[in-house]
Design a protein around this ligand. Sequence first.
Ligand code: PLP
Length: 423
Amino acid sequence: MKKVPFVTKEMIEEIVKTYPTPFHIYDEKGIRENAKAVKEAFSWNKGFKEYFAVKATPNPFLINILHEYGCGCDCSSLTELMLSNALGINGHDIMFSSNDTPAEDYAYAAKVGAIINLDDITHIDFVEGILGKLPETMSCRYNPGGVFQMSNGIMDNPGDAKYGFTTEQLFEGFRIMKEKGVKHFGIHAFLASNTVTNEYYPQLAKQLFEVAVQLKEKTGANIEFINLSGGVGIPYTPDQEPNDIRVIGEGVRKVYEEVLVPAGMGDVAIYTEMGRFMMGPYGEVITKAIHEKHTHKEYIGVDACAVNLMRPAMYGAYHHITVLGKEDAPCDHKYDVTGSLCENNDKFAVDRMLPEIEMGDYLAIHDTGAHGYAMGYNYNGKLKSAELLLKEDGSVQLIRRAETPKDYFATLDCFDVFNKIEF
Ligand SMILES: *Cc1c(COP(=O)(O)O)cnc(C)c1O
């Protein structure tokens, strides 16, 4: 499918008069339509809730939009909990799915009443030690090990992943927590990442539902929810078929009817913790071509770098690029599109066929709405960009300003930095 950006050259030429490149821009209309579709796809389940994975796009304006559609927050750290709390999202609207968790994070999670989803059996005692008593509702992350296989092959390798309880530990953990007074239980698993297939959730659900029935029978635990976590993918490349959330929701409903309902568990709530699927396609990095270099290869240097979008450097991930204003021009030039870090992997594209790029052209890097801005860092002293929201009425709102050198140096106040540096 041809990938078309949600911005045009004319729009960007207007926006850069106020907000210079590079920046992240998000599409409010797309976010809303998708959030609505997710809600509808699971409306058959009375307790359904999507807990947006805050780590994917930790911006309060965007989380607030999702909250309008009933989404809660999936947090994995102290600051993510703080951000959710600041938005008035608290209690069981927060799922705290962390690992290798510091004590202060658990304390804060308990303070705001979040559901604690344990990553390991040893954390039962750890949490009890911090809080004095376990909360009445607890969840455990399950890792069955082995590989996660579907009809089109091996999707991922849970046996290699650091997360979760083994099957034995899950049963043991439920028994221990029940003895310690826990009344309501949940199960969580994240077994494959960025799955571009409608089969993943239904298959994961079947596996979790079967374990849930066993857990209920063997431990007598009252299982209130099953959390399918994240992992629903998006088509980063033009040849991939997008997932259809309606088909996915229907697939989960079918296995729910097959496995849970006959076991008398027809009131179990289904939770999800999608990040990428909720936000990925609705963000783009807009960057300007500022240099061209003709050496052993043809290079286009842009004003963004891996600090703004790390996925290509980190995973060799593909992000589609559109040269704005040249949407229909032939892709007859082969380029490496690079950022300015002193790292040879700071390339947004390698050997990519694109229309001829002239200096000053604006490039839209697609599908950067999740794990984009958030993953950025400050290597080479590079500053993080602004985030903008393209509203439904066509106006643009600044939803995070760009970093300035003062932000970068702020933690060097022990060096009296603000008196020594000339800004
Ligand atoms: C990262 C993460 C998610 C979101 O994953 P996506 O691939 O963005 O959907 C959900 N839950 C947990 C525990 C995570 O670590």
